[in-house]
Ligand binder design. Structure first.
Ligand SMILES: Nc1ncnc2c1ncn2[C@@H]1O[C@H](COP(=O)(O)OP(=O)(O)O)[C@@H](O)[C@H]1O
Ligand SMILES: [Mg+2]
Length: 289
């Protein structure tokens, strides 16, 4: 089956993704800008192109004789964290709703919407240092023009393993967010296609040691456990994971692979393995994830 990315060169390069790498992996016709340019019978990946009209896009693709890699229903399964948090259980951080706030114990909290956070507004709309501050942080989140309508999710703030400079100094983003050792894994039909370091913008500053997996077996254990529990939700997904100071890993979030940026994933590895798995073959994994 031919795999076609519904996207544009402009969108791809704007997202830091190289059209050349995709065409090298999938073939010269792999990028189509318009639905009616897609050959019938294709498997379509709407690369950064399904929001906000994913349901209409699905109808149009099907009417044109092709199929989306994730149905709109599968896309929603990944986008709404309430569809998967309970499946992951201890492999991820618990989540509470606004109704739970009066019962929450004292502590620090991480506030986000059902799909996205306002991590770039870390101090006023994402991080709550104490339970008393939660009301103000939730209020700031809800006043956001773009994300404010998303259902609010409140998670205990976890001190994952923070990236450090060679000097030992811990790394924070400009907005004050601590930058953890995190990785992004692309998965199709429950098989790992590629994985890479998540915070590529901090790669130059961080010491190599702080970006390593302290215990690679722990990473594999959490990753394989998570895949087994959520693979039925959709065909193409990313799983982001962060490392705890002791070397265990926890899932940060799931997302639709179609609209997830590469982070440190190699695009040729990703799309070559995508084609293999889509055609029922075993992916080439150059090294263990
Ligand atoms: N419970 C948590 N405690 C501490 N940091 C967190 C927590 N959840 C997420 N983070 C950090 O915040 C970032 C953004 O959170 P995430 O849930 O991935 O939202 P977004 O959808 O905006 O990417 C993560 O990449 C991670 O670094
Ligand atoms: Mg995220």
């Amino acid at each position: 089956m031919d795999v076609v990315l519904l996207t544009s060169h402009h969108t791809l390069t704007g997202q830091g993704e190289s059209p050349g790498a995709i065409m090298q992996a999938l073939g010269p016709g792999a990028i189509q800008e318009l639905v009616y340019g897609i050959p019938k019978g294709s498997l379509v990946v709407p690369r950064y192109r399904a929001i906000p009209f994913g349901d209409l896009l699905e109808r149009e693709i099907v009417a044109n004789g092709s199929v989306l890699i994730n149905s709109y229903h599968q896309h929603r399964n990944l986008a709404d964290s309430s569809a998967w948090i309970h499946l992951l259980g201890e492999l991820t951080t618990p989540a509470y709703s606004i109704q739970d706030v009066p019962q929450l114990p004292e502590g620090a909290w991480f506030v986000k919407g059902e799909t996205n956070s306002l991590k770039n507004r870390w101090r006023d709309a994402c991080y709550s240092p104490t339970t008393k501050d939660l009301g103000a942080v939730i209020n700031s989140f809800q006043n956001d023009t773009f994300l404010g309508n998303q259902r609010v999710v409140i998670k205990p703030f976890i001190h994952f393993r923070q990236l450090k400079r060679g000097s030992g100094e811990r790394i924070f983003s400009l907005s004050g967010q601590p930058i953890w050792n995190e990785r992004r894994v692309f998965i199709l039909d429950g098989q790992v296609l590629s994985e890479g370091f998540y915070w590529t913008t901090f790669e130059g500053e961080a010491s190599a040691y702080s970006m390593e997996k302290l215990n690679p077996d722990e990473f594999i254990k959490t990753l394989t456990g998570a895949i087994a529990r959520v693979r039925h939700l959709a065909r193409f997904m990313v799983i982001d994971l962060a490392e705890l100071p002791g070397g265990e890993w926890r899932v940060i979030e799931l997302n639709d692979g179609s609209m997830s940026g590469l982070s440190g994933n190699n695009p040729v590895t990703l799309w070559t393995n995508f084609l293999k798995v889509a055609n029922g073959q075993v992916p080439n994994y150059p090294t263990q994830p």
